[in-house]
Design a protein around this ligand. Structure first.
Ligand code: PLP
Length: 394
């Protein structure tokens, strides 16, 4: 009766959701302050004042027609502001045409994938990865090809990358800062990846697009540089959103920036607008486009997340967990003390500690901790982490 593919997907869909449901059960039994739920990447700091002020002003001053249908790409004035910001950051010449407002990064990724994929074409994703990519690619008839990380780093295994590219490879998704590892790829690493793509394009006489999924680009610590992929690779899209940087995930607002140097750029832009319409988004939410226009340069206070990262990282390392200190996003991705990360996170549940197995991100042997919880919750969870470390003789 239903789509077999979707019914099958239900049975191996989100580990994050599964653990969150487990948390709901535990909260009913033990009370919410006694359950340490590190599962969801749902930002808890309030949106910055600029967002709230903009929202009030826009509602009070709403011009006639502001809530109507519009160009599928979004409001011209908002796209112009984003184009100006990216032009000044990259030195490239962005105009309004190169910007398409979307329903978050998820909407943007689906619009790009729908626009570029033919049935059976392949999309490379770098483990560890945001698990929804697999479904987004299959939504549009594509196949994901997973590239493992190299040993003891979250950079990709470049030999595996080389060997995985075929004449069917259409795109690669790069997510830096990364969910779940918080890793940021250096310019050197990105250039190595792009050199491989370019040499394979020559070999197969094909085009391989780069989709740079950047919802965490403003959540960066220790002055780490996040290299601009737009400057390094012509056939690139940036897919961005304000879900994390402005704590607005429920408002579904983001954008696609198309590299002005992209091959057949005008046709690509027309395809994106067509897909934004026909996938049923029609256009990004009108009110929040205007809010973004007014609050584009603001961001949540990154120091809130930095303090949480440092507190949690220091504690885990002092307990004997092995973890690469993340440079961005709001996740830690330590090694599981045993190979079976699912068994490990199940044993954490008895201390009311909710974690997500690395398996859910294509990287077994690790686990993810999302620090979208208060510093008090983090500190109150320490006895539970201590008990877990003791259980595994760390
Ligand atoms: N990409 C990554 C890596 C994410 O972690 C998320 C959300 O957690 C998304 C995309 C989707 O974000 P949005 O809320 O902007 O659709």
């Amino acid at each position: 009766m239903l789509s077999q593919e979707i019914v099958n997907n239900l049975s191996h869909s989100s580990w994050i959701r599964a653990m969150f449901e487990e948390g709901e059960k535990l909260r009913k039994i033990h009370g919410k302050d006694n359950v340490f739920d590190f599962t969801l990447g749902n930002p808890d700091p309030e949106p910055p004042k600029e967002v709230k002020d903009a929202l009030k002003n826009i509602v009070l001053d709403a011009q006639p027609g502001m809530h109507g249908y519009m160009s599928n790409a979004g409001y011209q004035d908002v796209r112009q502001k984003i184009a100006d910001r990216i032009s000044s950051d990259t030195g490239l010449s962005f105009s309004t045409d190169h910007i398409l407002m979307t329903c978050g990064a998820a909407g943007g990724l689906n619009v790009v994938l729908r626009s570029i994929l033919n049935p059976g074409e392949e999309v490379l994703i770098l483990a560890p990865f945001f698990a929804e990519y697999i479904f987004y690619v299959s939504n549009h008839g594509g196949k994901t090809v997973i590239i493992p990380p190299s040993k003891d780093s979250f950079d990709p295994d470049l030999d595996a990358l080389k060997n995985s590219i075929t004449e069917k490879t259409k795109a690669i998704i790069i997510n830096s800062p990364n969910n779940p590892s918080g890793h940021i790829y250096s310019e050197e690493t990105l250039n190595k990846i792009f050199d491989i793509l370019k040499s394979k394009e020559k070999q197969f006489n094909s085009t391989i697009f780069v989709l740079s999924d950047e919802p965490y680009v403003k959540l960066v610590y220790d002055d780490t540089d996040v290299p601009s992929i737009l400057k390094l690779y012509d056939n690139s899209f940036v897919i961005n959103s304000f879900s994390k940087s402005l704590s607005l995930p429920g408002e579904r607002i983001g954008y696609i920036a198309v590299n002005p140097k992209m091959q057949d750029v005008d046709l690509v832009i027309s395809c994106l607008a067509f897909c934004n319409r026909t996938l049923g988004f029609v256009n990004a939410p009108a009110l929040f486009q205007k809010v973004i226009g007014a609050a584009l340069d603001s961001s949540v206070d990154v120091n809130i997340y930095k303090e949480r990262r440092d507190t949690l990282y220091n504690k885990l390392v002092s307990l004997g967990f092995s973890c690469i200190k993340p440079k961005g996003a709001f996740y830690l991705f330590p090694k599981s003390p045993i190979e079976d990360d699912v068994a490990f996170i199940k044993s954490a549940v008895k201390y009311n500690l909710l974690l997500v197995p690395g398996k859910g991100f294509g990287t077994p042997g690790y686990f993810r901790i999302s620090y979208c919880v208060s510093l008090d919750t983090i500190k109150n969870s320490f006895p539970a982490f201590e008990a877990l470390a003791k259980e595994y003789n760390l």
